[in-house]
Design a protein around this ligand. Structure first.
Ligand SMILES: Cc1ncc(COP(=O)(O)O)c(C=O)c1O
Length: 382
């Protein structure tokens, strides 16, 4: 029986093997494992690609969020951490790390609901919250599944209320809003090189992108223990460097990012066409100004049939995943007064109950995608 995994990293490695093997061998020869030449090269190349002044390699996407937030606390408040009264607005329908990073920076996450069509943060809810709350210092929009939030509206709100914006671009490397690459619009952009990401390494890694010199300087200090001089530090820092080896791998894979994102978009288009007439499925809405890179292809299954559909697909050899089964405001870690929820967050809760993501491997054949579509049709028609 055909097996269709969510992603096939071995297949991708074989496709890029010559480039990756040379990159690894080069590292083995120069032995500069910490801040080796590949880290700077990656930072420079990605800054050019994203259209930003600075890129800074970090050990993970999570740490890139934490360091970006800490840099804002130091820059704006002249203190190491935010106060608990400082609030950062984000979506409840994201990976835990987005909310956790806010906690780790000392601030309080304020979860607002999502737009049920795109699954991204509901901009109207951000406006409503800010109208009656004076303590908001920033916003973290998450470009979920590879699709941009409406960055025009978010930047307008930020400008009006003097807020920082940290774009969580972990799922959307190469995606765009109008003529801009995501991660280049807010105060900073946070990327993840987790292996399954659109641009992933062979382990953990991340990146901060920014046009702001002060933020760049602070993030560079924080990632190596908090000082310009590692043996005489100014801030409460971390060991959060991006490894040379991961930088070398990401650099080798970067050559393929546009090709792979375009392949992901082809898979997405094929699913959109093949699944559009099934009445128990709602397809995600795509904004016309957003260049979607389909980190995930996610649909909503109506009438409580998600579990049954997943079992049916499993029997046919098709993998599926649920991103995410629990919205953040339902998790214990965000309880005990550590976070705030604005309103009832019903769209985030409904999404957690009904979404399912289908395989999107850039090298997945059209036949494999058709097979997934046929299996889904078989379930609903049979
Ligand atoms: C939306 C989002 N934010 C943050 C992260 C954290 O990235 P990392 O796993 O590299 O720490 C991830 C990745 O899993 C993510 O999907």
């Amino acid at each position: 029986m055909r097996q269709i995994p969510m992603l096939d990293l071995r297949l991708e490695y074989e496709y890029m093997q010559a480039d990756i093997d040379v990159a690894l061998k080069t590292c083995l020869e120069h032995q500069k494992w910490i801040f080796g030449p590949e880290v700077k090269k990656l930072e420079d190349e990605l800054a050019g690609y994203l259209g930003v002044k600075h890129c800074i390699g970090i050990c993970s996407g999570t740490d890139s969020l934490v360091l970006s937030l800490r840099a804002q606390a130091i820059k704006l408040k002249n203190q190491e951490y935010f106060n608990k009264t400082d609030e950062v607005i984000t979506t409840s329908f994201t990976f835990t790390a987005t909310g956790d990073a806010i906690l780790r920076s000392g601030a309080t996450p304020v979860f607002v609901d999502i737009d049920p069509g795109t699954y991204n943060i509901d901009i109207k809810k951000i406006k409503d919250y800010i109208k009656s709350n004076q303590n908001v210092v920033g916003i973290i929009p998450v470009h979920l599944y590879g699709q941009s939030c409406n960055m025009d509206e978010i930047m307008n709100i930020a400008e009006e209320h003097d807020l920082f914006v940290i774009e969580d671009v972990a799922q959307a490397f190469g995606a765009g809003w109008k003529d801009k690459k995501l991660g280049s619009i807010g105060t900073t952009g946070s990327f993840s090189f987790f292996p399954s990401k659109n641009l992933g390494g062979f382990g953990d890694g991340g990146l901060v992108a920014t046009n702001d010199d002060k933020t760049m300087e602070l993030v560079r200090m924080l990632l190596k223990h908090g000082g310009k001089d590692k043996y005489n530090v100014d801030h409460v820092g971390y060991n959060a460097r991006l490894d040379t080896l991961q930088a070398a791998i990401v650099l080798a894979k970067f050559k393929y990012i546009d090709e792979f994102n375009s392949k992901r978009r082809q898979v997405g288009d094929q699913y959109n066409e093949g699944l559009k007439d099934i009445k128990d499925i709602i397809l995600s809405e795509c904004l016309t100004d957003a260049f979607h890179v389909y980190h995930q292809y996610t649909i909503r299954i109506l009438n409580g049939k998600r579990g049954e559909l997943q079992n049916h697909l499993k029997e046919k050899g098709v993998s599926t995943m649920i991103y995410y089964p629990f919205p953040l405001h339902k998790m214990k870690v965000f309880g005990d007064g550590r976070s705030k929820s604005f309103g009832n967050l019903e769209n985030a809760e409904a999404a957690a109950q009904s979404v399912v993501s289908l395989p999107v491997e850039p090298l997945q054949s059209m036949e494999d995608t058709s097979y997934v579509i046929d299996c889904i049709k078989g379930y609903f028609n049979g």
